[in-house]
Write a protein that binds this ligand. Structure first.
Ligand SMILES: Cc1cc2nc3c(=O)[nH]c(=O)nc-3n(C[C@H](O)[C@H](O)[C@H](O)COP(=O)(O)OP(=O)(O)OC[C@H]3O[C@@H](n4cnc5c(N)ncnc54)[C@H](O)[C@@H]3O)c2cc1C
Length: 406
């Protein structure tokens, strides 16, 4: 892999990152996996200082924002390494979702004033942020229809609306909100992205939506949020009015690479646990679980599917670096549904191999399954990405479904 996708600086960085993950973060899991966020956060703040001292902070950022300017292809490989400790790795290196997407968006499209107020504290790890697009009342898969509106009043926007699954809203300093500013525009040119500080009196978290029985807190939570006469200056607009969807695509392209490489890392972790258990669990007198062909099937199929996922994601990252996200949409759609499914399949097999222990909370597997089942839904459900890919392929065969329906 190093010969194809490695670079000199990555070959120097990766072993250091892997060592940090193994020695500083992995040992925390035993004690903190089921502790409340506030307790874990305190420990991780100290680890963040170590990351800074080691010169490993802001790996994903461009050089002008104080980062190392890694390419997406290089950063993808870092992201996989961090996912060996799925709940701590990215946060400790300040490249956790949704902050990383918001950092990239603000870095590329925000004014200097917004960067100073909101981006720089985020880059320094002093704040967190969230992204509020999805609404309970309308299909998130086709978000041209939004109930949240931002109406101009003098030098302000006044926002009213209802969002949910705003991940990490609890404790975030600001939200990037998708709201309709141009109701008369074409469907894809009606919404804009606006920065809203969460201490605004018009911003209210109504609850954290429980997911698979877990309430969630801090960065590991999904809030239902209400905007009531929420007044922010028009300067808080990102880009031009009506450019919200264009910006969302810019944000989601690299964002999907980040998720996919994290999923490859999670799949590797589950794979490792599955193999270790299969090799040592005695299922009959003197016979290990791994001697059974069913289990060998789990292992060999998982090995190939994880390797295929990694290669597909790195090919996509390489092409985004070379040609831009807009020109490799098909590849992005392909990895989004393929890798999410591989990760969940490998997790499911690892749980199966562990028997009752697998569904218990005594290993990390059940928590991972709970947290990651949503991967087939967020950032575009499987069916939407499969549809987009198929339509793009069929266009080459003369069937232009979108044009037909216009
Ligand atoms: C854990 C988690 C975290 C999230 N974090 C955020 C966040 O931070 N910010 C944010 O704004 N949103 C977030 N979301 C919301 C997410 O982006 C939406 O759930 C997603 O876009 C789907 O929208 P929906 O839930 O409204 O489902 P709908 O759009 O109502 O779709 C329901 C189902 O219909 C099917 N479907 C949809 N379209 C088609 C089609 N064309 N053909 C066939 N079947 C189809 C799919 O199976 C889909 O799952 C998060 C979601 C989850 C689960």
């Amino acid at each position: 892999m190093e010969e194809v996708f490695g670079t000199e600086r990555l070959n120097e960085l990766l072993p250091r990152i892997k060592h940090f993950v193994k020695t500083e973060l992995l040992p925390l899991e035993k004690e903190y996996l089921h502790r409340p966020f506030a307790e874990t956060a305190k420990v991780l703040e100290k680890k963040r200082e170590l990351v800074k001292a080691a010169g490993l902070w802001g790996l994903h950022l461009p050089k002008n924002e104080g980062g190392l300017g890694l390419s997406l292809c290089e950063f993808g490989q870092v992201s996989e390494a961090l996912a060996a400790v799925p709940f701590y790795g990215h946060y400790t290196f300040n490249c956790q979702a949704p902050d990383i997407g918001n950092m990239e968006l603000l870095s590329r499209f925000a004014t200097d004033s917004i960067k100073k107020q909101f981006l720089h504290p985020l880059l320094e790890g002093k704040t967190r942020s969230c992204f509020a697009m999805t609404e309970p009342e309308y299909a998130g898969s086709n978000p041209v229809k939004l109930g949240t509106a931002a109406v101009r009043d003098g030098n302000d926007f006044v926002i009213n609306g209802h969002k949910w699954f705003t991940s990490g809203a609890e404790g975030a300093a600001f939200a990037i909100v998708m709201a309709v500013t141009n109701p008369e525009g074409l469907p894809h040119k009606r919404a804009s992205m606006i920065v809203v500080p969460t201490n605004n009196p018009g911003f209210k978290i109504e609850r954290n939506v429980p997911v698979f029985g877990e309430q969630g807190s801090g960065w590991a939570s999904h809030a239902e949020v209400r905007f009531t006469d929420c007044r922010v200056p028009v300067e808080n607009l990102i880009g031009e009015a009506g450019s919200g969807f264009k910006l969302a695509q810019e944000r989601l392209g690299p964002g999907r690479i980040h998720h996919c490489m994290r999923w490859v890392g999670i799949a590797e972790r589950a794979f490792d646990m599955m193999c270790a258990y299969a090799a040592t669990r005695e299922i009959e007198e003197g016979i290990a679980l791994g001697e059974k062909q069913f289990i060998q099937g789990f292992i060999s199929e998982s090995r190939v599917e994880i390797d295929a996922s990694r290669l597909l994601v790195l090919r996509t990252a390489y092409n985004i670096d070379k040609h831009g996200a807009a020109n490799v949409r098909d590849q992005i759609s392909a990895i989004k549904f393929y890798v999410a499914n591989v990760m969940l399949k490998v997790l499911d097999r690892a749980i199966q191999v562990h028997g009752a222990l697998g569904v218990s909370d005594d290993t990390i597997l059940s928590a991972l399954y709970r947290h990651e089942r949503g991967a087939r839904i967020w950032d575009g459900a499987d069916e939407v990405h499969k549809q987009n890919l198929a339509l793009s392929i069929l266009k080459n065969y003369g069937l232009d479904v979108k044009a037909k329906r216009k």
